[in-house]
Design a protein around this ligand. Structure first.
Ligand SMILES: O=C(O)[C@H](O)COP(=O)(O)O
Ligand SMILES: [Mn+2]
Ligand SMILES: [Mn+2]
Length: 511
């Protein structure tokens, strides 16, 4: 007779610790510096492994840091998904982007009517929202179609790349334009204004009126633009370069957004479209990849299919899930885990914990973790909930500030919350799978292009801890494979729930 199955199927908790990466202890590893007895014990005492969460393992270009969108999409899909940045690069490599009929028609029309083309996007090689090198292909197409006036409305980063690197990326934009034979930087603004996703339209308005109406501080160089603030690249104020004449968007012009990720540019794209329409300007818009804007914007690169994931399998099995996160990561445990599908399926409940007042992550690294934890504990005690899916945002969101001390506090607050959630799971006879969606806090400095080591709040290519606290019959603890990827999470969750992996899943159950 075979040995009894050590792992019992039952109800459980998927706990995503956003930004929880694995790296050796170091003076810039906030997770190692933090006092985290719960997480230390969790990894030491229970079946655990390290999962690939970046590059080709999740559907990104090799060597590319992970991000929350693809991380949660792959956690849900149970397979790597070609991410928008990969699909854009493939379209560039095959020549498909440069010869795209939609792009060609827009450029032809703009050139013939002697109107201007406006390119808007994040100028860095962070590869989370955009890649500055994609500009080269778009500018080359504009040059080929002889578009006479091409204005680049540059958004500076400082969040996905080391801070105070904005000027070097803008210099690269100028080089790219010269190589392509088209384009000049017309305006500069920080992503804090242009890429807000929290609905703060006052911030967005700075970017809208800058690009549409030229409302900004005049500057005679990108150096002057970037130097106009000591708040870093994320908060460069709306700046108009006096070297670019007549760069406001006029009636009949064309706009092309070159961020490949939607979630932080869509608020700006929507508001710009509304502002131009309200001021009687008819402007055609295109986006490099598909956006979730209210008003549809034709996209040059379409999204990969992400259906057949966890959400579909839970529904097919008649299982109920509750999705819990605070605002910054709410879309991740719902829309992205579900494969960028906004359908709220039967048996799926959403709990969004909203912030009370304006977020200040350095001053309040605990964010709203207490209320998130309370909601997770409550859901865990419900017998009608098969799977609780929760994201604790602090390690990543505070990590993005680049402030090491605040991030250490965020890790410690997370540790306490995980302790409470593990206790609730024990009390309610639930298994727990805890996993990071990409790395962040384990590396809080990075060498900048000039060789200096600077604070770094961006993501990493490090593997992420994946730990299972199983329900067992007390015979033996399962052992997880030495290596895994985020694609193995959904098959493992279904196994822990007593179900087989979905037919579309290429990941495998880890126990
Ligand atoms: O948008 C952000 O906050 C960062 O650029 C990316 O972080 P995320 O991928 O964790 O959302
Ligand atoms: Mn994340
Ligand atoms: Mn992040």
């Amino acid at each position: 007779m075979s040995a009894p199955e050590p792992v019992l199927a039952g109800r459980g908790v998927l706990l995503v610790l956003d930004g929880w990466g694995a790296a050796p202890a170091a003076e810039d590893n906030a997770l190692a510096l933090a006092h985290t007895p719960v997480l230390d014990d969790l990894v030491a005492r229970f079946p655990s492994t390290l999962a690939e969460a970046s590059g080709g393992a999740v559907g990104l270009l090799p060597g590319t840091v992970g991000n929350s969108e693809i991380g949660h999409m792959v956690i849900g899909a149970g397979r790597p998904l070609p991410y928008d940045s990969l699909l854009v690069q493939q379209a560039i490599d095959t020549g498909a982007l440069r010869t795209d009929p939609q792009l060609g028609a827009l450029l032809e029309k703009t050139a013939t009517a002697e109107r201007a083309l406006h390119l808007i996007g994040l100028c860095s090689d962070g590869q989370i929202h955009a890649h500055v090198e994609h500009l080269g292909e778009l500018l080359a197409a504009a040059h080929a179609h002889q578009v006479g006036r091409v204005f680049i409305h540059a958004i500076t980063d400082g969040r996905d790349v080391a801070d105070h690197t904005g000027e070097s990326y803008l210099a690269r934009v100028t080089e790219i334009a010269a190589e392509a034979g088209a384009g000049q930087i017309a305006t500069v603004i920080g992503r804090g204004y242009a890429m807000d996703k929290a609905g703060d339209l006052d911030l967005t308005e700075h970017a809208v009126t800058l690009v549409a109406d030229g409302r900004g501080t005049p500057a005679d160089s990108v150096h002057a633009a970037v130097a106009a603030t000591d708040r870093g690249d994320e908060w460069v104020p709306a700046t108009v370069l006096t070297t670019a004449e007549g760069a406001s968007v006029a009636d009949g012009d064309a706009v092309l957004f070159f961020n490949f990720r939607s979630d932080r540019i869509q608020q700006f794209a929507d508001r710009l479209g509304e502002h131009l329409a309200h001021t009687g300007r008819s402007v055609e818009m295109l986006s490099l990849a598909q956006y979730d804007t209210r008003a549809a914007i034709p996209a040059l690169v379409k999204r990969a299919d992400a259906s057949g994931g966890l959400a579909d399998e839970l529904t097919a099995a008649g299982l109920r899930s509750v999705r819990i996160a605070e605002t910054e990561k709410f879309e991740h445990v719902t829309y992205y885990v579900n494969g960028r599908d906004a359908t709220v399926r039967d048996g799926e409940e959403h709990v969004r914990i909203t912030a009370d007042g304006k977020a200040d992550y350095v001053a309040r690294p605990q964010m709203n973790l207490d209320r998130v934890t309370t909601a997770v504990v409550e859901a865990a005690h419900r017998k009608d909930v098969d799977l609780v899916v929760a994201n604790l945002a602090n390690i990543d969101v505070v990590g993005h500030t680049g402030d090491l001390a605040a991030t250490v506090l965020a890790c410690e607050a997370t540790d306490t919350a995980v302790g409470q959630i593990l206790q609730a799971a024990r009390d309610s006879h639930r298994w727990v799978l805890a996993v990071g969606d990409h790395g962040n806090a384990e590396q809080m400095t990075k060498q900048a292009p000039d060789g200096t080591v600077r604070p770094y709040g961006g993501h990493t290519t490090n593997r992420v801890p994946l730990v299972v606290v199983p329900l067992t019959n007390g015979t033996s603890e399962p052992v997880l494979p030495e290596s895994a990827t985020l694609a193995d999470v959904a098959p493992t969750l279904l196994r822990l729930l007593g179900h087989k992996p979905g037919s579309a899943m290429t990941g495998r159950p880890l126990l």
